[in-house]
Design a protein around this ligand. Sequence first.
Ligand SMILES: [Zn+2]
Length: 299
Amino acid sequence: MALGIFKNNKKSKSTITHKKDFQDTQTQWIKCNFCNALMYYKEVLSQNSVCPKCNYHFRISVTDRIKLIFDEGNITELDRNLSPIDPLNFVDKKSYKQRIEEYAKKTDGRESAAISIESSIDGIPVQAVIFDFDFMGGSLASVEGEKIVRAINRAIEKKQGLIICSSSGGARMQESTYSLMQMAKTSAALDKLSNAKLPYISILTDPTMGGVSASFAFLGDIIIAEPGATIGFAGARVIKQTIGEDLPKGFQTAEFLLEHGLIDMVVHRKDLKKTLRDLLEMLTNENKNLRDSKKAKQS
Ligand SMILES: [Zn+2]
């Protein structure tokens, strides 16, 4: 039996275009959450939503994230058809079914916090899964776990690298143990990828917490975080209450984790695509010069 339950419906494949994601907002100005500088909104947007004064990285939407990293015109969404069933008939203030329906309306019908894509980075083909924090806090449940495993299987089949970009509060409570099972399911699949000697690069964005950080997010061959991202398992307040002690300055930030050896790099958003390209070139046999000479021979 497969771990986790979900259903297949509708068409599974669609193309993602680089449509303009930022709408003209009512306000022309934006205040930095870190240095409090008041800036012209479009100026911040033009710099990948990074504060030009202090480098604070604003959260960006999942479509902007895809646009930032992957090659325009070559982004195909896969497994879009997977949708959650409600094994526990879970109801809190609203039913789980109702919540899924509401969020799906915001995502053009996608009933998942993860987007699976087949794409390339500067011409190097990759499989990728990008988490959408705006969909139920980017939470991990059966569909998200299944999408990751399918992306891994495609990477193995096509001998490509894998990128997972996390932005998640952790496992989804509405699927309870089924959500927790995804931690084991994704970890086991990543082991297969590792045995196939294919690279997995994990990108941690703000925030990456709970069961996501405790499984695939920290199993990358290379783990990259965005500056200032909050990354951890339990929230700082909970830990403080539990251990009854003050936590060190900068606890659970990307920089703190780098200093303590838990991640490999903290990369500015403007350098992210180039860094991924360089890493993929190094870790796979995809080399630009080789590709160019192959193309030259073919033509
Ligand atoms: Zn700032």
